[in-house]
Design a protein around this ligand. Structure first.
Ligand SMILES: Nc1ncnc2c1ncn2[C@@H]1O[C@H](COP(=O)(O)OP(=O)(O)OP(=O)(O)O)[C@@H](O)[C@H]1O
Length: 291
């Protein structure tokens, strides 16, 4: 029998018995074993469209027939449930916490699915957030997931470091807005990822241009996009641009982000994610063959 989670009654999820749940090694099985590939989506700065890109990548992978999950690690600014129009509270059972499910079937774990009201502020200190994130990873009943996308907190805070250190990230996709300053900040995240041995798979330059309905011309409002040069500078193998599109904001507000037709705009990133996964699978098979 499932019971409801409530973050208001406990520093983490508050499910009765949850706080005294046994240590991971004593649990029958963590869902972790069935999550095949974990991809982080990062940005050096807030508000550049990281959650939007996470949602679009997850939706695209799901449309390609993969089983997909999103772990919303942006604990103090969670926006994934709203973008997918999810409400209601999570449930838990003896095996762990059951993730929420989007309309199309993407699994989602987010603190906003634990709060009594979606506008309730999360003013928790770092160690509490760190504990919650580890719980999200270790104690969620993800079951079979081909690709788990982690919407990381913006910047390079201690929470960012926790995710980088505790989650088996196969690679990260970094999101930038067109201003050079933001690109420079992205460079910090990229350098940190390199230091932590996590490959940077792709760079998405969001809000790179605006396409006029009338003349069908692309206007580069913030000047010529710098992302291609940034990608080259940091040896990031895939690069995509997304336009400023009021439809994004409209669909996110309506909770219908899955309905956005991103066409082939993110294909270079998606192809690179698939290449990274194939490499990781081959590496695992090689290690298993060696015993
Ligand atoms: N290309 C775009 N065109 C129009 N609106 C956009 C675009 N990208 C993002 N937005 C809007 O900007 C807002 C911020 O986007 P989003 O939440 O994805 O940013 P974020 O980087 O995840 O922010 P934070 O890290 O602070 O949570 C949202 O309302 C989103 O709909």
């Amino acid at each position: 029998m499932s019971e409801e989670c409530s973050a208001s009654s406990c520093s983490s999820c508050g499910v009765s018995g949850c706080g005294s749940r046994k240590a991971p090694e004593e649990k029958p099985k963590t869902a972790r074993a069935n999550v095949k590939h974990v991809i982080g989506v990062v940005s050096g700065k807030g508000g550049v469209g990281k959650s939007l890109v996470t949602s679009l990548l997850a939706s695209q992978m799901h449309k390609r027939g993969f089983k997909v999950g999103i772990l919303d690690a942006d604990i103090t600014g969670p926006s994934i449930p709203k973008a997918f129009g999810m409400s209601g509270r999570l449930t838990a059972d003896n095996d762990g916490i059951n993730p929420g499910m989007t309309e199309s079937g993407i699994k989602v774990m987010s603190v906003n699915l634990m709060l009594p009201q979606e506008d309730m502020a999360v003013a928790w200190r770092g160690p509490v957030i760190t504990g919650l994130l580890k719980q999200f990873w270790e104690e969620t009943n993800w079951e079979d997931v081909d690709y788990l996308f982690v919407d990381m907190p913006p910047g390079t805070s201690d929470i960012f470091l926790t995710v980088m250190q505790s989650f088996p990230l196969e690679g990260i996709v970094t999101v930038s807005a067109p201003q050079e300053l933001v690109a420079m900040i992205v460079g910090k995240a990229v350098n940190l990822a390199h230091d932590m041995n996590v490959p940077v798979i792709g760079l998405v330059e969001n809000m790179a241009y605006f396409k006029c309905d009338e003349c069908d011309k692309e206007h580069f409002i913030f000047g010529e996009p710098q992302g291609r040069f940034v990608a080259k500078r940091y040896q990031i193998p895939a690069y995509s641009t997304l336009p400023i599109d009021p439809e994004f904001a409209r669909l996110c507000d309506m909770g219908k982000v899955e309905d956005y037709d991103v066409a082939d705009k993110l294909d270079p990133i998606i192809e690179q994610i698939e290449i990274a996964s194939r490499l990781a699978d081959a590496k695992k098979e090689g290690e298993q063959a060696q015993g």
